[in-house]
Design a protein around this ligand. Structure first.
Ligand SMILES: [Zn+2]
Length: 260
């Protein structure tokens, strides 16, 4: 069931999606007519009912993953508004979403859509968002920064301060570089696509960075001692989560070790 709330004048919609016993929350934001991400197709009915109650003038997708872009085809068909995506990700949007069954079960089916290249700046009546290139979770990933409000919409860059698993496409070294770059900016509130609104978000991102760098030092040290990444993973993590087997390894602690 879609839950809605507001943060100042921002409308927030939240859904929960499941595969097996694993649940993931999804947050979609409408900031002064700018919709940031559009939710998975498995919740098309819920999200599109909400879209109809909202004044939406434009849509910006942080990245192409199906939990963020799943309703873009519906939006293009039903609302006559531009949908923006990182220019390098556009060719993927032109193909039907091809991904394993567990993701189809959780996120539904992402249909072809035809986004416009993300501009450098997104303007609404009241706000100006700088579009930042923020690779890590995905190669083509954008964050949206409202400097005067101190807001940072982070897509899937944050997720939490301590990662147990990461996605096979993620590159943790890139995530570290990106967070270091973002921390030079002045902001307080992070709007995460899976953790919601985080006040003091800069502190939380710093904490995530510190955790990743501590892990990185540990892994580099162990590699120098001649250990393989598999051996390091067994020693540091030594556990397997449900999601690793459900996803056939797409989500695993090893993916963190391998790319840190
Ligand atoms: Zn993602």
């Amino acid at each position: 069931m879609l839950e809605t709330s507001t943060y100042g004048d921002i409308s927030v919609a939240k859904e929960v999606c499941y595969v097996g016993d694993n649940e993931t929350k999804v947050f979609v934001y409408n900031v002064d007519g700018l919709l940031i991400d559009c939710g998975p197709q498995s919740r098309e009915k819920e999200f599109t009912e909400w879209f109809k109650t909202q004044n939406i003038n434009q849509v910006a997708l942080t990245h192409n993953h199906e939990d963020h872009s799943g309703n873009a085809a519906w939006i293009q068909k039903n609302l006559n508004v531009p949908v923006y995506l990182h220019p390098m990700a556009i060719p993927y949007a032109h193909e039907e979403g091809m991904y394993p069954k567990y993701r189809q079960e959780m996120w539904g089916y992402r249909h072809i859509f035809d986004p416009m290249p993300m501009p450098e700046v997104l303007k609404t009546g009241r706000y100006t968002f700088e579009v930042l290139d923020t690779p890590g979770h995905a190669i083509y990933h954008n964050c949206f920064y409202e400097r005067s409000e101190g807001w940072l919409f982070t897509g899937d860059l944050y997720l939490g301060t301590h990662l147990l698993v990461c996605f096979f496409e993620e590159n943790i070294r890139q995530t570290i570089d990106t967070i270091e770059r973002l921390l030079k900016l002045d902001f307080d509130t992070v709007f995460c696509a899976h953790a919601g609104v985080i006040e003091n978000g800069k502190v939380r991102l710093e904490k995530k960075l510190n955790n990743l760098k501590t892990l990185q030092e540990q892994v580099v040290h162990m590699r120098r001692q001649g250990m393989t990444d598999r051996e390091i993973d067994n020693e540091i993590n030594g556990f397997e989560l449900d999601i690793t087997s459900i996803s056939g390894g797409e989500w695993s602690p090893y993916n963190i070790i391998r790319t840190v």
